[in-house]
Design a protein around this ligand. Structure first.
Ligand code: AMP
Length: 320
């Protein structure tokens, strides 16, 4: 399959690389890394990495302005369904390649490489670059490492396998990355966000089934001088709390007139519930977008019920 992807890339002079809406480090760095790799391998090709960026990730590199493209190959990274592609004109592409690590939702009708066992899209690209003639350098390796570390939450998830570590080991050997620089870029954050995290810790509610949740209205976000994405970015920091099995942050996003939801779990699968609320994601890491804050109650109650069932099933298994 990697050879097929390489051949398709070789065929086109114009290549557009897109990814999911609501940019995150794996989506963005996989996009920028693949762009640089194609340009390094084929200097005469026109390659564009497109979509809405975020100043928070500006250290990774710049995205290209949206243009009218002609006779182009579209590569969609880290996106399982068409409605989440951060590029509305995907139908204009002559050919499509999808590379993703989310559970399968729908086909895009072209070449598809989906490995939902991979910890990140960057992990898949690490393999693609090693197994084809696509070139790599230190900058590209750094981007790939950055996305992989971020999406695996620093190698904490079960999706990190011996293959992940083997790929990382190969890249570290070959490109001599300075890890402390990468971690500083990824994890440095303003004090106001730490204070907001303190507020969440103090004020989140926890149900009898161990579902923690907090609803952050625009007033609270404004009080901490944070933005609507800040709380969601710290969702992983609430892992490994003994009394909490599933945790949910609901944030009012005034600017975009919707409500962001970030959900994480250490047991019950949450992505099917997230799908019911205009969301989706991985079994234990999902997100959703609500049209109003009133919907949050029903989402929390669905998750709480699923958690209750999960706990019952687990205790039944342990008793037998
Ligand atoms: P987040 O909580 O934003 O870090 O997202 C966790 C996972 O859920 C990622 O794989 C996202 O791509 C996915 N996700 C987040 N929001 C949505 C959404 N509204 N619809 C579908 N998937 C989502």
């Amino acid at each position: 399959m990697f050879k097929k992807i390489y051949k398709e890339i070789k065929k086109y002079n114009t290549i557009v690389i897109a990814r999911h809406i609501g940019v995150d480090p794996d989506a963005l760095s996989s996009q920028l890394a693949l762009k640089e790799s194609i340009k390094l391998t084929f200097p005469n090709k026109k390659v564009y990495a497109i979509g809405n960026g975020s100043t928070k990730f500006s250290y990774m590199g710049k995205l290209d302005k949206l243009e009218e493209y002609d006779n182009f190959l579209l590569i969609v990274l880290d996106t399982p369904d068409k409605k989440r592609i951060d590029y509305k004109n995907y139908n204009n592409a002559k050919s499509i390649i999808k590379i993703d690590h989310h559970p399968f939702i729908e086909s895009f009708g072209g070449i598809e490489y989906i490995d939902d066992k991979a910890c990140s899209t960057c992990e898949i690209l690490m393999e693609l670059l090693l197994k084809t003639k696509l070139k790599c350098n230190e900058e590209i390796a750094k981007l790939l490492y950055c996305g992989l570390v971020s999406d695996s939450n620093r190698f904490l998830f079960d999706s990190c396998t011996s293959k992940t570590f083997s790929l990382v080991s190969t890249y570290l050997d070959k490109y001599h990355l300075t890890l402390s620089n990468i971690y500083t870029s990824l994890y440095l954050r303003p004090l106001k966000e730490v204070r907001l995290e303190g507020y969440i810790s103090l004020n989140m509610k926890v149900t009898d089934n161990g579902v923690a949740y907090i609803i952050l209205t625009n007033d609270i976000i404004t009080k901490f001088k944070a933005d609507s994405a800040s709380a969601g970015n710290m969702i992983n920091n609430f892992n490994f709390i003994d009394e909490i099995l599933v945790w949910i942050i609901v944030t009012e996003d005034y600017k975009n007139d919707n409500v962001r939801v970030n959900i994480r779990s250490r047991g019950p699968e949450i992505n099917k519930i997230a799908e019911k609320y205009n969301g989706g994601g991985h079994a234990l890491a999902s997100g959703a977008r609500l049209s109003s804050i009133n919907e949050a109650e029903s989402l929390i109650s669905d998750i709480d019920y699923a958690t209750e069932i999960y706990i019952k099933k687990e205790s039944f298994k342990n008793e037998n």
